[in-house]
Design a protein around this ligand. Sequence first.
Ligand code: SAH
Length: 338
Amino acid sequence: MKVLVKYSLKELEDYVESLGEKKFRAHQLFSWIYSKSAVDFDVMSDINKDFREKLKNDAKILDTKIKKKQVSSDGTIKYLIEFQDGNCAETVLMRFDNRSNLSACVSSQIGCYMGCDFCATAKRGFVRNLEPYEILSQILTIQQDTSLKITNVVFMGQGEPLNNFDNVCQAIKIINKYLNIGIRRITLSTCGIVPKIIELSNMELVPTLAVSLHCAQSNIRKTIMPVENKYNLDELKKSLIYYCEKSGKRVTLEYVLIGSLTDTKEMALKLCEYISDLKCNINLIPYNPIGVDKYKKPNKKDVMIFKYLLESQGKKVTVRLERGADIDAACGQLAGRI
Ligand code: SAH
């Protein structure tokens, strides 16, 4: 069976011609797959029945399966998606009552090899990169399942997207062009792979960048994020300044507040110093427990003090709403488990 989401428009044209049909049928198919999120060939009303039958016998749209679906009390939906080789990764649909956005949080790898000590994905180890079509399939699966149109995509699921650079960039191009999602509405989150941040900044299509900073003091950052040993905070900052200059955008800094470790007043002041010359917004993420807990959640008062200290530097600070924690869909809780 052919899998149509693997094909570019050109390849799809060749394919429909090989079935004895005119090229323009490929455009119709493409529009059904990407714009209308068709679940199967039967709904493709402008394609004649004979050709639909041929397609049914020879091809399918996606080759992924929803292995498990969980709906949180806050409306977040977590899908465990199974790929052709039996590996699974999560995709999360987040909706916010007060906004019309529908964000898909997609995985870029099965597992991850960056080893951040507080993250469930890291505990799973690294299995493999996802192909561009496997990234797209996650978004199409949500659209098919909910009949809703995704408006924003965030690469914040399993994996380090900059360690799967080519496939992620290829997926971004298609998301932008065929799913018609503006490049500002596509956000890539990285733990700070410096050379790849530079490479990304030089691309034609530069997504919004989020960086998992989590600590602005090198010796402590090293204990929770091994990437600090390779690309330290100073180098990281240079690459972020470059990103801002090249793209004209602000960078988002994600900062996990771990109780009594990264949430202290001293750490807030370190962060203020680090960001004083950076065009950035700050997104504070209260630590989500991942089972084996040597780290703890911050208390509400410390979160508010931390936020206040940053705001007094004139920075825009948001505290990330905890989405889907009751179904283990919150940040850092994705590990491909059933
Ligand atoms: N590898 C990329 C993409 C993952 S995004 C990156 O590091 O940015 C997932 C976000 O959730 C990251 O900011 C990650 O650091 C954060 N995270 C991981 N574990 C967490 C936890 N237990 N609680 C809160 N946030 C966590």
